[in-house]
Design a protein around this ligand. Structure first.
Ligand SMILES: Nc1ncnc2c1ncn2[C@@H]1O[C@H](COP(=O)(O)OP(=O)(O)OP(=O)(O)O)[C@@H](O)[C@H]1O
Ligand SMILES: [Mg+2]
Length: 227
């Protein structure tokens, strides 16, 4: 089943001499349960691609279809709700709410969406994250790796159709990077979670289903099959 389709996605920043063609005619699809890595040099357009797919940025032209729905065909407030319910984001800088404890950070997307948090789901996620003993801790009392695990749990809690991760291991040492990768892999395998993840670290792409390379705004599907 196809979850994501981009068609002829283009993004232009600036005009005249300041013009940057950050995305050039990017078309690809992701199927349910696929774990794809996006690689490419700094400035090649990786974050621009993820931000356009996630509706955090607007493409100059082209389309993004999520589960058959035209993301930029929606009105802005519709898109905001759609994004909240269907897309989980993970960023390099964790972006947890410092005043909220682990459990409260986890359920934050549900509260935003006026949903009653399901205690069983929260307990299950905490177990998968290996953070049951940290549920009342604040982000400032956690290691970087633990904070990123909370951010991943927060991205998963709504059972989104797509998780978008922009360099989730960018601020972590190699041990913690591996833990975060293991966790994403587990989500991919156990929950058939569809994941699109940017990484600079090509060691981390060995287990994913597909590698997509962005070079100067153009995307090439490098294929690759998970062992
Ligand atoms: N808001 C913006 N205004 C103008 N130019 C931008 C803007 N955002 C990105 N760019 C330009 O678009 C190009 C692609 O940027 P992008 O952030 O997508 O790269 P990236 O592949 O994610 O790089 P990195 O690996 O360093 O994060 C770059 O040349 C960048 O300078
Ligand atoms: Mg980037």
């Amino acid at each position: 089943m196809e979850i994501l389709r981009t068609e002829h996605l283009c993004k232009v920043y600036g005009t005249g001499e300041a013009r940057v063609d950050a995305l050039k005619d990017v078309s690809f699809t992701l199927r349910k349960g696929e774990f794809a890595a996006v690689v490419g040099e700094s400035g090649s357009g990786k974050s621009t691609l993820l931000n356009c797919i996630g509706g955090l940025d607007t493409p100059t032209s082209g389309k993004v279809w999520l589960d058959g729905q035209d993301l930029f065909g929606m009105k802005e407030n519709q898109r905001t709700v759609f994004r909240r319910r269907n897309i989980g984001f993970v960023f390099q800088s964790f972006q947890l709410v410092e005043e909220l404890n682990v459990e409260q950070n986890l359920i934050f997307p549900m509260l935003l969406d006026h949903q009653k948090p399901d205690k069983k789901r929260v307990d299950e996620i905490l177990e998968v994250l290996g953070l049951e003993a940290r549920r009342k801790h604040l982000p400032g009392q956690l290691s970087g790796g633990q904070q990123q695990r909370v951010a991943i749990g927060r991205a998963l809690i709504m059972r989104p159709m797509l998780v978008l991760a922009d360099e989730p291991t960018g601020n972590l040492d190699s041990g913690n990077s591996q833990d975060v990768m293991d966790l994403l892999m587990k989500a991919s395998r156990h929950y058939q979670q569809t994941i699109l993840m940017i990484t600079h670290n090509e060691h981390l792409t060995s287990g994913v289903d597909r590698v997509l390379r962005v070079r100067d705004g153009r995307l090439t599907d490098m294929g690759g099959v998970r062992a």
